[in-house]
Structures are given as C-alpha cells and as structure tokens.
Design a protein around this ligand. Structure first.
Ligand code: PPS
Ligand code: ADP
Length: 198
C-alpha cells in the first residue's frame, strides 16, 4: 500500500509466547448453526484456563454486535465477516495467545485464506460435525423454525450453502457425545502438537 510502511517490532511473538509457556494458535471452530461450536469452544477455553493457559474466544454473535456490526448474511458479507475475524485472530496469535473462534464460516476458501495468514501448524480447523436434522431439532434460538417459515432468508443449511471441511485437524461428530468428551478431543490434539508446554 502506498505511503504505508510495515514496522518490525522489537519484541517477537516467540518471546511473548515463551512467557506464557505455550505455542500460540487459532482453534477455528466451524459448523452449522446449532452444531455446538460455541458450547464446545467455551468448554475448551475453560479447560485451558484451568491449565493456566492464556486464551481468547472470538464468538459469532458477540463480534456481530461490535466489530462486524452492519454485516448481514449475504455471501459477500459472510466473506467480509470471516476476513476481519481472521485478521483479528492473527493479531491475537502474534500476542502469544491460544485463540478460539466460533463462526459458521461456511466457505472453504475463506477458511483456507485465514490459514494462510498465520504460520504453519498455527491454524487448527475444528469441524463440529452435527447433522442438519439434529441442529434443527435443537434449534435453541428458534431460527431454523423461522427459516423454514421463510422469515429468515439465506439461512445456512436451508437456502445458503455450508461447505464442510475436507481434512480438518480435529473432526468432532457432535450428535451423540457429551460436551466434555468433545472438548477433550481438542485438548488432546493441542497436547500432541506441543501447544501446551512450549
Ligand atoms: N441467515 C443466517 N444464517 C446463519 N446464521 C444466522 C443467520 N441469521 C442469523 N444467524 C445467526 O448468526 C449466527 C452466525 O453468525 P456467523 O458470524 O457465525 O456466520 S458466518 O460465519 O458469517 O456465516 C448464528 O449463530 P450460531 O447459531 O451460533 O452459529 C445464528 O444465530
Ligand atoms: N455434545 C452436545 N450434547 C448435547 N447438546 C449439545 C452438545 N453440543 C451442543 N449442544 C447443545 O446444542 C445447542 C447449540 O449449541 P451451540 O453451542 O449454541 O451451537 P452453535 O454455536 O454452533 O450455534 C445448545 O443448546 C447446546 O447446549
């Protein structure tokens, strides 16, 4: 960009992360509305906190009230939503945090774009794989009912697409397991990859 120069900082990500005794990353939860992204991300964050890890959770509804206020659910707005969240997640990784994000993020190319923003091994795609029928039965906010009645256009899974991950780092089949077990799948992955004891 013209007349804008990138500044290198004196303190590096590795130095910040070393203080926290962890290897920073983004845990990118993706799945249908009602699949369990928020519930499982919260459970994972609680476990990480117990372990003394430094985390930050970026959650769908909250971000849309602030940073991304004004964005709707057209394809174009969803792409911009995920682009901004990706950039914020990257900043938190640079700060040395373990970042958790819980957004539908329906498009594969947008998720891959976020992956390309951070270093190798720092983007961990967590697919919350819950059949549409189960999400629709749960329907905690009554949104599927409204979408089926034609009151919410472009609803994911109904009249707007969801592109499932092809090779997620963590694949959680969340139709019939306790939340605790789902959260442990993520914690186990982080442990195996050395994120919790750097
Ligand atoms: N049209 C439509 N489609 C899907 N979801 C809708 C829609 N309108 C409102 N909502 C509510 O918004 C939440 C999804 O926001 P996200 O920012 O995660 O969506 S996206 O990643 O930009 O696709 C989603 O929250 P979750 O249920 O937590 O996923 C819904 O509560
Ligand atoms: N493993 C699970 N077992 C039972 N209920 C679950 C499980 N995971 C999520 N739920 C329930 O499903 C509903 C949707 O979960 P939520 O985390 O809000 O989904 P999302 O963030 O993907 O929209 C909530 O009522 C939640 O309590």
């Amino acid at each position: 960009m013209e007349n804008i120069v990138w500044h290198d900082h004196h303190v590096t990500m590795n130095e910040r992360a070393a203080l926290k005794e962890q290897k920073p990353c983004v845990l990118w939860f993706t799945g249908l509305s009602g699949s369990g992204k928020s519930t499982i991300a919260n459970a994972v964050e609680a476990k990480l906190l117990e372990m003394g890890k430094h985390t930050y959770l970026l959650d769908g509804d909250n971000i849309r009230h602030g940073l991304n206020k004004g964005l709707g659910f057209s394809d174009e707005d969803r792409i911009e939503n995920i682009r901004r969240i990706g950039e914020v997640a990257k900043l938190f990784v640079d700060a040395g945090e373990i970042v958790l994000t819980a957004f539908i993020s329906p498009f594969r190319s947008d998720r891959e774009q976020v992956r390309s923003l951070v270093g190798a091994g720092e983007f961990i795609e967590v697919f919350i794989d819950t059949p549409l029928a189960v999400c629709e039965t749960r329907d905690p906010k009554g949104l599927y009912k409204k979408a089926r009645a034609g009151e919410i256009p472009n609803f994911t899974g109904i009249d707007s697409p969801y592109e499932a991950p092809e090779m997620p780092e963590v694949h959680i089949r969340n139709d019939n397991i306790p939340v605790e077990e789902a959260a442990m799948q993520v914690i186990d992955y982080l442990e195996t990859k050395g994120h919790l004891n750097a």
